[in-house]
Design a protein around this ligand. Structure first.
Ligand code: CA
Length: 227
């Protein structure tokens, strides 16, 4: 039974999401502000977090950044009333794995949350490598030579997919389906944001993540560069 922490200050919304998730077999706890979210996450027994960005005390982005800074790796789905692309990108940059813009259908929240949990508990596999880049089965981090590079659950899924298909072009729909677990195109720039993130983390490695114009992305081994 996955344990979810819901951080939402709007009581009605918190109650309806909580009820829906409970009916789906989740264990749900609700906190109503950012300050309470951090100590609640500390025992590291949560499987995922659903986090409203507009909170009365700490901004949701600050909560996210603090959780990731403390090394929490659980999937985080962000809820935002703000329709500005900027705040979504900010949230993804701060370590969110996905976001939903309010108002949303409960079914969509459920689908996204299940997709995140599926990725986070993906079966174990043998180490994968490309050049001096290595991804271990049990670790959420990648290794570039002897250097450890922490990855978010989404970045790890993405890197795993690119490693398994290195040398091939991986399209956006394939990334949605095989890395993020969506059966549909969420119609956002979420792929580009995570690819940009991952690319930055691979800097200094001999694994190059190339853009294949109009088609997708391709991971290949080559010489060390800093681009
Ligand atoms: Ca709110």
């Amino acid at each position: 039974m996955p344990k979810i922490l819901l951080v939402e200050d709007t009581a009605r919304l918190a109650a309806s999401i909580g009820r829906g998730l409970t009916e789906e077999g989740f264990t749900v706890e609700v906190v109503v502000n950012g300050g309470a979210a951090l100590p609640r996450a500390a025992p590291r027994d949560l499987d995922a977090l659903v986090l409203d960005l507009g909170l009365p005390d700490l901004d949701g982005i600050e909560v996210l950044a603090a959780l990731r800074a403390a090394g929490h790796q659980m999937p985080i789905l962000v809820l935002t009333a703000r329709d500005a692309v900027e705040s979504r990108v900010q949230a993804l940059e701060a370590g969110a794995d996905d976001y939903l813009v309010k108002p949303f259908a409960f079914a969509e929240l459920l689908a996204r949350l299940k997709a995140l949990l599926r990725r986070a508990s993906a079966p174990r596999w043998a180490p994968l490598s490309c050049g001096n880049l290595r991804l271990e089965p049990d670790s959420s981090a990648a290794h570039i030579a002897e250097r450890t590079v922490p990855l978010s659950p989404r970045e790890r899924s993405l890197l795993e997919l690119f490693l398994r298909r290195q040398g091939e072009t991986v399209t956006r729909p394939e990334i949605h389906r095989d890395a993020f677990g969506y059966d549909f195109d969420p119609g956002t720039n979420v792929v580009d944001v995570h690819v940009a993130h991952l690319r930055r983390k691979l800097m200094g490695s001999t694994a190059h993540l190339e853009t294949v114009r109009g088609r997708g992305f391709r991971l290949q081994a080559g010489a060390t560069t800093n681009d």
